[in-house]
Design a protein around this ligand. Sequence first.
Ligand code: NAD
Length: 287
Amino acid sequence: MAAAIIDGRAVAARVRENLKEEVAAFHAKTGIQPGLATVLVGEDPASEVYVASKRRSSVAAGMADLHQHLPADTSQADVERLLRELAADPAVSGILLQLPVPAHLDPAPLIELIPFEKDVDGLTTQSVGLLAQKKPGLRPCTPSGVIELLDAYDVPFEGANVVVIGRSELVGRPVAQLLVNRNATVTIAHSRTRDLAAVCRTADVIVAAVGVKGLVTADFVKPGATVIDVGIHRGPEGLSGDVDFAGVSEVAGLITPVPGGVGPMTIAMLLSNTLRAAELQYQLAQQ
Ligand code: NAD
């Protein structure tokens, strides 16, 4: 039997519609219009497309577009200066440093200049610690999008076996933390895992965040399991994921397609984080 498809575009559209209303209500209540400062250094074509899409979406949600574009040869000190200015600027609710930055820049100290209450990517050491300790803070966008999709389709992952394939700081680790915080029994598999297929067959939910095209095949999947594909690969035939969609959808109960699954959720959760950031700063200012 073919799996039911998780429609990420529809869920993302719903999240964005709700956010538009929440942004308007927050603006009416506080007089504050949430503002997103995307920071792009250089002219990487893929990054330009991503940033343009984030800017368009934030404006559509009623937020201020506070984009900053720096030339490719900007020094580390000048990027740091801009990030410090944005950190201190009360009009800026969220700061997003678009990665990768040009090779002469060291991204780690740049990311650390983003205060936790403006860290809409959820990548600073402080945000990672807040997630690990289950304290309020901003969570990374793609992992939050995975949880939002599971919730939207009422996937019962509390107590369930979830296998996350991948342990990156951007996706694998934070998605595993979010799932543990929601009481899933989580296994993190990675490049050194022995017999990955056997590990995955124990899963009620598989989250593939590997970066290897078509790695997850039908023999990895317990019949009826939910399969979430975070991978994105560009090929001559278009986009595809870490999951062999045709084969796996014959076995799984629910599955995300690529494109149209996790991808659309990432920007929706970025917008959600920008509003949460504005709310958090408002609360901190009241104390
Ligand atoms: P990454 O390269 O940083 O991490 C990949 C992880 O997979 C590593 O932890 C590695 O141990 C593990 N791995 C690699 N080969 C493996 C193998 N053969 N078996 C088991 N584990 C293996 O990648 P990332 O940043 O986490 O991204 C993963 C994928 O998700 C990429 O395709 C990326 O393009 C995509 N991505 C999508 C979105 C989105 O919005 N949909 C966002 C971020 C990343």
